[in-house]
Write a protein that binds this ligand. Structure first.
Ligand code: RRO
Length: 299
């Protein structure tokens, strides 16, 4: 089950996606003990933020919509969280968001000093002005943020992409050219829920990000498409709920996957279940390593 993402080796290919249980060391340690290969923290910025007012989440049968609004304690208050996850031996990726390349470089430097194993750049939150997909929709801005972070740190730099653009491949290629070590795809799909009875949008922010089962096929398409344009590893995210979902992402070209909404729906035990299902699938289909599966749909 060992997974390689560039120079990094992870005990299995199932990582906790950013935004779910990733703000406290206790919850991340629990996720790791439940069988995750590692965790990605909640996205952390320069200052503490409360996020949007409720309702921030809308759940339905095939997924979830959220507009949390980047709530986080701020980078200066995050050092203890990382020290504790690292002391517990958890493979920890620090997710960060900023408004420009200077903020991203500062945040990445702090995360590196705190001891994270890699940094994930949130270039893709779909509903907060001045952050996320506003930067991540422009190849030039992606190039400048990734390039600046690359200069600022020695740890691996992962760039998390938005699906809400016409051509994800060229944006991922810009990240690779600027020195990213891996591409993470996808963040949530911009969407909204309406209540006909209340005659208004459901989320306080009106727009939010769609995740879960509903977006798996968008994620698979993104991983496949990015793999055609990039030679760095791709980490697949979106709607992973079973071992066979993981296998689909690997065959599409992903080196590892992240799981978010399924953890929110079913709890951290989902990691152990998905890992067992993946092993069973590999045995049934005659695969003896993850490497044999990666990208075979593209060959
Ligand atoms: O905090 C959020 O509202 C949020 C973030 Br940072 C993100 O990257 N993706 C998302 O769906 N929500």
């Amino acid at each position: 089950m060992t997974s390689r993402v560039g120079k990094i080796t992870i005990r299995n290919p199932l990582l906790l996606a950013s935004g779910i249980l990733g703000e406290s060391s206790g919850s991340m340690i629990r996720v790791y003990s439940s069988g995750a290969g590692g965790v990605v923290t909640k996205s952390i910025g320069m200052e503490p933020r409360d996020g949007y007012r409720n309702p921030t989440v809308y759940e339905f049968e095939s997924g979830m919509l959220n507009a949390m609004g980047l709530p986080n304690p701020g980078i200066e208050h995050f050092s203890d969280v990382i020290s504790r996850t690292k002391a517990a031996g958890v493979f920890t990726v620090g997710s960060i968001f900023g408004g420009d390349e200077n903020e991203f470089s500062h945040l990445a430097g702090k995360m590196e000093a705190y001891g994270v194993d890699a940094v994930e750049l949130n270039l893709s939150c779909p509903h907060v002005e001045g952050f996320g997909s506003e930067l991540g929709s422009s190849p030039e801005r992606v190039r400048s943020v990734v390039g600046a972070v690359r200069q600022a740190v020695r740890i691996p730099v992962w760039a998390k992409m938005t699906p809400n653009v016409a051509d994800m491949g060229s944006i991922a290629a810009a990240a690779e050219e600027a020195g990213a070590d891996a591409i993470v795809a996808i963040n949530t799909v911009r969407a909204m829920a309406i209540s006909a009875r209340l005659r208004r949008p459901v989320l306080s922010n009106t727009y939010g990000g769609l995740s879960g089962e509903a977006v798996k096929y968008v994620g698979l398409r993104a991983v496949y498409e990015i793999g055609k344009k990039c030679s760095i590893p791709v980490i697949g995210v979106g709607g992973v709920r079973s071992g066979e979902d993981v296998a689909e992402y690997l065959v599409a070209g992903a080196s590892a996957v992240q799981i978010g909404t399924a953890v929110a729906e079913r709890g951290p035990g989902v990691f152990g279940q998905v890992a067992d299902e993946l092993s069973d699938f590999m045995e049934r289909e005659g695969f003896s390593s993850l490497k044999e599966m990666i990208g075979i749909a593209r060959r």
